[in-house]
Design a protein around this ligand. Structure first.
Ligand code: GLV
Ligand code: MN
Ligand code: MN
Length: 420
């Protein structure tokens, strides 16, 4: 079937990718929405399916010590260094089906295409599906790619999920040995580069009328948790002036985060995505309130200044309301620039497929932010409808999935190592 969308024709590659996107999306903790969390039954089922696809594509494949799926397609001779392709297969809660799986499934499809044509390259191609990029279960993101980059922080093994299960325990229950996470790490000499294809997750390509874009850098992010403690009390008897209400304190902080970011004219964004109040009854003044904050900006200096200003303001709100405050940075990722030599090759592949070359920064976080510690990184992004992501209505047209796959395949076939 050939469908013309925005001047691009869909082909078999795009259709096969979309079929697999749908197959993987059926693996969820509920049939009513898509949620696939690290070290769960769904993680296991998705890993098994992806490993099957990897083997069908002619790769040697295994589950590594953190639960990543890893596969290798040998080059013209064994043991050559590799071009590594990857993305994640965990999801946020009530997710769209493209965020993560599009890059992983496209990479497998590209290798399958090479294999079908009997094509071997002067380097190996490896594909990795990262087990946890989103950080939903343990708040700490990029767990899979940090393990591969050799920067996994063993302290997070003691982190606990909302049910009190530590990561160490969850890994053991999953059948993995937390003491062996180090074996997932790769060395710089083994990797020629890391390239990730991902949905754009924003509206820029749609506005430009383009199916694909070349990423210049991945914006850094800081995440914090704040816990305000006041005094629980009776909703009917305590006059307003005598209350130490933790939840109204949190509400003031949240409004302040929004104001601070709105007043910034250089791309600062801030999100409070989770809030919890205790004891949680209609007739009890909340004694404790906890919330998360996610702050991002185009440069590290800008973000760090804004985070410091925001922390000072939260401290001032807590002090004025006589609330005690625990404010912790749970995650700090610096901005990750894509390597110009690799970006140039991605741009060549985009032009080679007949598309205008368009560079853009990625506001969303990606595994490349961790992989940059072990390899030069590059990224291709694919247009999504309405710029919508982290939402079940996330959508990529088949023709755009196909365009992304053709760009990635062309990049792989023409890839030259740095300086080559
Ligand atoms: C990952 O999707 C992030 O940008 O938070
Ligand atoms: Mn995501
Ligand atoms: Mn993602």
């Amino acid at each position: 079937m050939v469908a013309a969308i925005a001047g691009v024709q869909s082909s078999a590659l795009g259709e096969a990718i979309v079929r697999r996107i749908n197959e993987l999306a059926a693996i969820s903790e509920s049939p009513d929405y898509l949620t696939r969390i690290f070290l769960t039954r769904e993680h296991r089922a998705a890993a098994d399916l992806i490993l099957t696809w990897m083997r069908e594509a002619g790769m040697r494949a295994h589950l590594d010590a953190i639960g990543n799926v890893c596969a290798r397609y040998e080059g013209e001779r064994p043991d050559l260094p590799c071009l590594m392709l990857g993305s994640h297969y965990d999801t946020v809660r009530d997710a769209g089906k493209w965020d993560g799986p599009l890059g992983l499934i496209t990479a497998i499809s590209c290798v399958a295409d090479l294999r079908r044509r009997g094509k071997r390259l002067p380097f190996a191609v490896e594909v990795v599906g990262f087990a946890d990029e989103e950080g939903v279960r343990y708040s700490s993101t990029l767990l899979g790619s940090r393990a591969v980059a050799g920067t996994f922080d063993r302290r997070v093994l003691d982190a606990r999920d909302k049910d009190g299960i530590s990561m160490r325990e969850a890994l053991t229950r999953f059948g993995l040995n937390p003491d062996r996470i180090g074996t997932a790490a790769r060395t710089r000499g083994e990797l020629l580069a890391y390239v990730e294809l991902h949905i754009e997750q924003g509206p820029v390509l749609e506005a430009e009328g383009l199916p694909v874009g070349v990423v210049s850098a991945i914006a850094g992010a800081t995440r914090l948790t704040a816990r305000l403690t006041g005094m629980a009390g009776h909703a009917g008897t305590v006059p307003m002036a005598l209350r130490r209400d933790a939840l109204t304190g949190a509400a003031e902080c949240i409004g302040m985060v929004e104001e601070l970011c709105r007043a910034d004219e250089d791309g600062l964004v801030g999100t409070v995505g989770c809030i919890d109040a205790e004891p949680g009854a209609a007739n009890v003044i909340p004694g404790q309130a906890s919330f998360t904050i996610d702050m991002r900006a185009p440069t590290d200096v800008h973000r760090q200044r804004a985070v410091t200003a925001m922390m000072r303001r939260i401290e001032a709100i807590a002090a004025r309301r006589e609330l005690s405050l625990q404010l912790d940075v749970t995650h700090e990722n610096r901005t990750a620039p894509c390597a110009p030599w690799l970006t140039a090759q991605i741009a060549e592949a985009v032009a080679g497929e007949g598309f205008r070359v368009f560079e853009l920064p990625s506001g969303a976080g990606h595994d490349g932010m961790a992989m940059i510690d072990v390899a030069d990184i590059g990224m291709v992004v694919v247009r999504c409808r309405g710029g919508i992501s982290h939402n079940p209505s996330e959508h990529v047209d088949t023709a755009d999935a196909d365009a992304g796959a053709r760009v990635l395949l062309r990049l792989i076939e023409n890839f030259r190592p740095r300086g080559g």
